[in-house]
Design a protein. Structure first.
Length: 956
């Protein structure tokens, strides 16, 4: 962090309560989000990441830098040797578009700290990256390069250095008072030199200039300010102007007027009160100095005192790479900056006393130098327990304690650390198999005894207060008995037993699928003395009031203007559990302007609970204009056609006063434009070839071409793409795409929306129609596509054939690796909690989506995924940290996002027990009571087919 802060205006501030922040954690590998993502984002620094260059590299990602070899212009400078790359890491060498990476005009940097090495991810020891410039053999850096610094300063609009001499002023009558930094130039023996200053702009980066009339300053670059006209008794022969070794300027002192070519880089020093100072004679000149400066070590410091008086301490000494410090791409010093050696290795004579010499707390991340600690952890709840330490003094004999959260260590004496309230099914700790262990036969005079129900009588005890006293940790104590004592502290082991269920509470809804609960306690009896906790759930849930709620809001308006409001407005808050729709239709050729006059909807960051959504069309499959919540009045919403849909949703929590809206219509200004291409047609030929307009050149911008192929009855259509190159944005097929449908209308079953350079080889319809649509925007055009089609007679078997089961209308089918195994998928666009979403799927003879392999994940991401989060069936509701699919699919594949699952980290309430699909296909754990869209999945053989859908030809 210090390196980034030294060379840029970026500053790292420890979090207090900021909503946007970065959490560093010991995860798997070295990885980070790129740029500011909002909310909690994570950076993993796992095993092998504790190196200066790696940390500087990961901080570069946080700041907003991608890898240098991913730049869109990289092919001009390097060649990627794909044949040498480990296949699963080929994605790391992708070339990104100008939309994703903007290098701000900075040249390609072979020596950037963000550049991979020449043999990164090599499978055979051969280079994976080769420079087109033969002289470049190595890539990357462990420090920031000159161009790294330049690009970061451009990205964050950091101030540059003052320009010499334009931003400098020489003052002989006192310093300037505003917006400048002034360096006093004086000499103790020169009476006239009391009020002279060299000043430069304050809004520029500091140059750290220093003045000395007593000789050159150590650790600085200095020039001698020689003044031949001064008398010898004033001793100006020891006057120096100094600056840092890594300074941007190289200064020069002239005792004569500068040459013509130098005068634009020089500043005159004058003092009219000093008769010995010649007029037009003395000048300070400067040129930019960016020649590489190699670093050199200072001398070693003396050895520091030993960290311990006995038991094995450490002494250290250090040196710094500042003599000079490397600058402008110069080499860093070879060797170590810190040396360690053991000291006072004799064993301490005295054992630590219990409990006086023992401490247990979570207020530090690592032990101090004068104590010996064991880390207390529960890896299934990592973020809660990451800072808890159990310590003894460093000047007492070492106990060599060990901690395990899985099983007792057979070669040691282990005490079970067991907290029943933190060991239940929904609790996060699972403190039922954790042990504090001591070596056998060391002579330590105590044996530890654990109590989760307060102090034990007649024994010394210390409190283990953790988790703020929650989940039973307010009564946890570690006690000790004499190692030779025969006292039996804990008697009979008593297993826990359930109390009776309470009565069901009131249903949370009067209609529309409510929920009610009842509870029981594990106190009949409570588990004691190491007894087992109760088996089963403490909470029971059932459905109630499942009858459908009567429609109470929404309408169809067919008028040029009007008003409407949420239910209850303005006299009372809107009801809970509402889903309202208003469709506004104005005369053809006009568009709609929707203005909110009052707006008061429950708000949160993503409008997950209550919200208003506005669509540019009659259905929620139309383009969404906006999603709104909170109390800020949204700006005017304008449609592109004569129809607009407004949807309002409220959850089961408290209501607000809603909204009041007004709409009006205006005539659409029709601009006459020259169409870039004429494309699309109806096709009835039995076979043929069609291509995108302009092929083999680039397709035109801003086109919407539709081809409808019709075959005779009793036939189906096969489509085969021979060439395919449609511009793909990093977030999917949002701008340019080819859409294929099984039918002749836009409502026909979809065979997918496709872009990029790869597509399924063959598509087969069930009907005798195929609809192909090419849509492009104006951002970027590529080559397009060529496809062939043919009409195929459907074979009618004379006996009952064995056929693949088909999916009902509205469902999307997918053939697994076994050609006879077909699954059906249904994307639900309404929002529910995870529990209600799963219940809805079960009522449709399916379950929430499970993903069994990478091919199925690719299919889901490509054909089903919306931009919002969507529930899937993955959860750890039965046992914290043990993730499983709700439909009992065998767990053989995972696709978690970086840093997940993390159970909310330190930001949320640590109840993230259900999984969602993010817009990029990665998985994230999330609180189950949040409302999202969801995907249902079932075997085709389980569903009744009411209107056939398509079956894909491809396997996987």
């Amino acid at each position: 962090m210090a390196e980034w802060q030294k060379h840029t205006c970026i500053r790292f501030v420890e979090r207090v309560n900021q909503s946007d922040y970065v959490e560093f954690y010991y995860g798997e590998g070295c990885n980070s989000d790129v740029g500011r993502a909002g909310g909690r984002q994570t950076t993993s620094l796992g095993r092998g990441c504790a190196h200066h260059g790696i940390v500087v590299h990961e901080l570069g990602h946080l700041i907003g830098f991608w890898h240098e070899q991913n730049r869109p212009d990289r092919d001009t400078y390097i060649t990627i040797k794909e044949e040498n790359i480990i296949p699963k890491f080929k994605f790391a060498f992708d070339k990104y578009s100008n939309r994703k990476i903007d290098s701000l005009g900075v040249l390609y940097d072979y020596y950037s700290v963000m550049h991979y090495g020449a043999k990164a991810f090599s499978k055979n020891g051969q280079p994976t990256i080769v420079a087109r410039q033969p002289s470049v053999k190595t890539f990357g850096n462990i420090h920031l390069s000159v161009l790294d610094i330049k690009q970061a300063n451009l990205l964050y609009k950091c101030p540059d250095y003052a320009v010499f001499p334009r931003d400098f002023v020489w003052r002989s009558n006192g310093p300037m008072r505003r917006n400048v930094v002034c360096l006093r130039i004086f000499h103790s023996k020169s009476v006239s030199w009391r009020d002279n200053y060299l000043c430069y702009r304050k809004d520029r980066k500091s140059l750290s200039l220093r003045w000395s009339y007593r000789g050159a300053l150590r650790g600085k670059r200095c020039i001698h300010i020689n003044v031949p006209s001064k008398p010898s008794n004033e001793s100006w022969d020891r006057s120096y102007l100094c600056w840092p070794h890594d300074g941007i300027y190289k200064f020069k002192w002239l005792t004569h007027a500068p040459r013509y070519e130098e005068r634009d880089s020089c500043l005159e020093w004058s003092e009219p009160r000093d008769p010995t100072w010649g007029d037009k004679r003395y000048y300070l000149c400067a040129t930019k100095d960016q020649q590489p400066i190699d670093g050199s070590w200072t001398r070693w410091s003396p050895w520091q005192g030993c960290s311990r008086r006995c038991g094995g301490g450490i002494q250290t000494r250090s040196r710094a790479c500042t003599n000079p410090q490397p600058a402008f791409g110069g080499a860093y010093c070879d060797g170590d900056s810190l040396q360690r050696r053991p000291c006072n290795s004799q064993e301490c004579a005295e054992w630590p006393s219990f409990p006086e010499d023992f401490t247990f707390n979570n207020d530090k991340t690592r032990p101090s130098s004068n104590e010996i600690c064991v880390r207390i952890f529960e890896r299934k709840d990592y973020f809660t327990w990451k800072n808890y330490l159990f310590c003894t003094p460093g000047d007492k004999r070492q106990l060599e304690m060990r901690w395990t959260d899985r099983y007792p260590l057979s070669h040691m004496l282990c005490t079970r650390i067991y907290v029943p309230e933190d060991s239940r099914g929904r609790s996060k700790g699972r403190w039922d198999d954790n042990y504090l262990c001591l070596p056998r036969d060391t002579g330590f005079p105590y044996r530890f005894v654990w109590s989760y129900a307060g102090k034990l009588p007649n024994l010394p005890c210390m409190r283990w207060f953790a988790k703020g006293g929650k989940d039973g940790w307010d009564r946890a104590y570690l006690c000790a008995k004499n190692a030779s004592s025969s006292i039996t502290v804990i008697d009979e082991t008593i297993n826990g037993g359930w109390s009776s269920w309470t009565s069901w509470n009131t249903c949370d809804k009067s209609c529309g699928n409510g929920t009610q609960h009842r509870i029981r306690r594990c106190d009949s009896p409570r588990p004691r003395n190491g007894g087992l906790p109760c088996q089963g759930n403490e909470l029971d849930e059932r459905r109630c009031n499942e009858k459908k709620c009567p429609a109470s809001c929404g309408s169809m308006f067919e008028a040029s203007s009007g008003t409407f409001a949420s239910p209850g407005y303005p006299t009372k808050p809107y009801p809970n559990g509402m889903d309202c729709e208003w469709i506004i239709r104005v005369p053809y050729g006009q568009r709609i302007d929707l203005r909110f006059l009052f707006f008061n909807i429950e708000g949160d960051r993503n409008c997950n609970y209550d919200f208003v959504m506005v669509y540019d069309g009659e259905t929620d499959s139309s383009r969404r204009i906006g999603k709104f919540c909170g109390s800020d009045i949204p700006s005017i919403n304008q449609s592109s056609s004569n129809v607009m849909l407004v949807k309002f949703h409220s959850d089961i929590r408290r209501g607000y006063y809603g909204f009041n809206a007004k709409w009006s219509s205006s005539t659409v200004d029709v601009k006459t434009t020259v169409r870039t291409a004429v494309c699309g047609r109806k096709i009835t030929e039995p076979s043929g070839t069609l291509s995108s307009p302009g092929y083999p050149g680039s397709y035109p911008p801003n086109v919407d071409c539709i081809w409808v192929i019709t075959a005779p009855r009793g036939h189906y259509i096969e489509l085969t793409f021979k060439t395919f190159d449609i511009h793909k944005d990093g977030r999917g097929c949002r701008y340019d795409y080819v859409e294929v449908r099984d039918g002749n209308s836009r409502d026909s079953p979809s065979l997918g929306r496709h872009c990029g350079t790869s597509v399924d080889d063959k598509f087969q319809t069930m009907s005798n129609h195929a609809r192909i649509r090419l849509h492009t925007d104006g951002s970027r055009e590529t080559q397009g596509f060529v496809l062939t089609w043919s009409s195929v007679t459907r074979v009618i078997a004379t006996q009952e054939p064995t056929t693949k089961p088909l999916c009902p209308r509205g469902w999307v089918s997918h053939v697994m690796e076994d050609p006879d195994t077909v699954y059906c998928y249904l994307v639900r666009k309404n929002t529910h909690t995870w529990y209600l979403a799963r219940n809805d799927c079960i009522n449709s003879h399916s379950d929430l989506l499970s993903i069994s392999n990478a091919k199925e994940q690719e299919f889901v991401t490509k054909h089903l995924l919306a931009e919002s989060f969507m529930w899937i069936g993955y959860n750890d509701l039965e046992r914290e940290g043990k993730w499983a699919w709700s439909d009992r699919t065998h767990q053989s594949y995972m696709n978690w996002a970086t840093g997940d699952p993390n159970n909310g980290g330190t930001y949320r309430k640590k109840d993230e027990d259900c999984a969602v699909l993010k817009s990029n296909g990665k998985w994230n754990d999330y609180p189950c009571n949040t409302r999202f869209r969801y995907i249902c999945k079932a075997r085709a053989s389980r569903l009744s087919v009411a209107g056939l859908h398509t079956t894909r030809v491809n396997n996987g």
